[in-house]
Design a protein around this ligand. Structure first.
Ligand SMILES: [Zn+2]
Ligand SMILES: [Zn+2]
Length: 353
């Protein structure tokens, strides 16, 4: 089969590369599934892998990335008839052990012994992907609802992450929501919030192109953080109150501090984005949290339950989310697809083996 493989030869000798290679077809073992990949989204994590900067891809790694895969079951050795060959499925990438402390508390996304499709073993940038028995048993393979096309279903993974990030914010129709950053994650948060009827969604973003897209996708207000103090701008659009909920979806330290200043009394804030390692110490005004009774939350990755919720959400409104897929390339043109994803004009780029 054709695969877009990552090779990191050694710490000193050669640059890491992603290249198309011929590999033997994988075969499903007892308990496993083999899936013919229909589409795999390229995400920021993959760009990080391609740069040789991902901690799960150290020197010496040879592996196929791709953790946003959907496809059709080719081989079912799970004994579960729901996955008979021909079934359309989406793969939730994070396989939790079910035994460790976070797992026992329902935090499978924080599993201490996790395995992850496309991160710790071969993923979806290939014609076929093999799902280990532990993943099949844990519910990582989920049937795609009938009227949801596979291309749109490929958005389930980032949507699952957003569903998780928004949950503790409990945004209602009466709330205003500020989203900092209009990358794919910020735009998904915008779509989910508008879909849930949130009255006023403000999006802050430096790129005019992305602000335009946010406007097209339903943002009530778009702001350029360079047009003056962001907190002043947010208050001007929220009757002086500030935002009832804030999502930080951009990896820039000062935005985390700004988020607190933009928040209304009693607001909820989600630190969705991660900062590069070593850059996580940022100056926050603790008094804003104290005197404003702010609730600051974080979220990372997603669980299989989040993923199922994302598939439901997609099935209920595929036309809402479909415009996020702005590029689809056959696997043979993977280099081009990565270049497009890197250029930043695209929203979600898919590889379609
Ligand atoms: Zn992703
Ligand atoms: Zn665990």
């Amino acid at each position: 089969m054709l695969a877009y493989e990552y090779r990191h030869p050694s710490a000193t000798t050669a640059e890491p590369v992603l290249a198309l290679v011929e590999r033997p077809d994988p075969v499903a073992d007892e308990g496993e599934l083999l899936i013919d990949v229909a589409a795999s989204g390229i995400c920021g994590t993959d760009l990080k892998i391609a740069r040789g900067q991902h901690r799960l891809y150290p020197p010496g790694t040879v592996r196929v990335p791709g953790h946003e895969a959907v496809g059709i079951v080719a081989q079912n050795r799970s004994g579960d008839a729901r996955f008979d060959p021909g079934t359309r499925v989406a793969v939730a990438p994070n396989i939790a052990c079910g035994q460790c402390r976070p797992c026992r508390r329902g935090l499978g996304n924080l599993c201490e012994n996790y395995a992850s499709v496309g991160l710790t073993f071969d993923g979806g940038f290939a014609e076929k992907v093999r799902i280990p028995a532990a993943g099949v048993a844990a519910g990582n393979v989920q049937v795609v609802p009938e009227h949801l096309d596979l291309r749109t279903a490929a958005l389930a993974e980032p949507i699952a992450a957003v569903v998780r990030g928004l949950r503790p914010l409990q945004v209602t129709r009466d709330d205003s929501l500020l989203i900092c950053g209009a990358g794919p994650i910020g735009l998904i948060a915008l779509l989910v919030a508008k879909h849930r009827g949130v009255g006023r969604v403000l999006v802050s973003q430096t790129s005019a192109h992305r602000r335009r897209i946010a406007g097209q996708l339903g943002a009530d207000v778009t702001l350029d953080p360079r047009d003056g103090d962001l907190a002043d701008q947010v208050r001007a659009h929220t009757d002086g109150a500030g935002a009832d909920a804030v999502v930080v979806a951009t990896p820039i330290g000062e935005v985390f501090a700004d988020a607190l200043r933009c928040a209304a009394k009693g607001a909820r804030i989600n630190f969705f984005a991660g900062l590069p390692s070593g850059a996580g110490v940022v100056g926050l005004d603790a008094n804003l949290v104290h005197y404003g009774e702010l609730v600051v939350t974080g979220s990372t990755a997603n669980t299989n339950a989040d993923f199922a919720e994302a598939l439901d959400l997609l099935a209920g409104a595929p036309e809402l989310f479909a415009p996020l897929v702005t590029g689809a390339f056959p696997l043979a043109r993977a280099d081009e697809a990565f270049a497009a994803a890197r250029a930043g004009e695209q929203l979600k780029v898919l590889l379609e083996p």
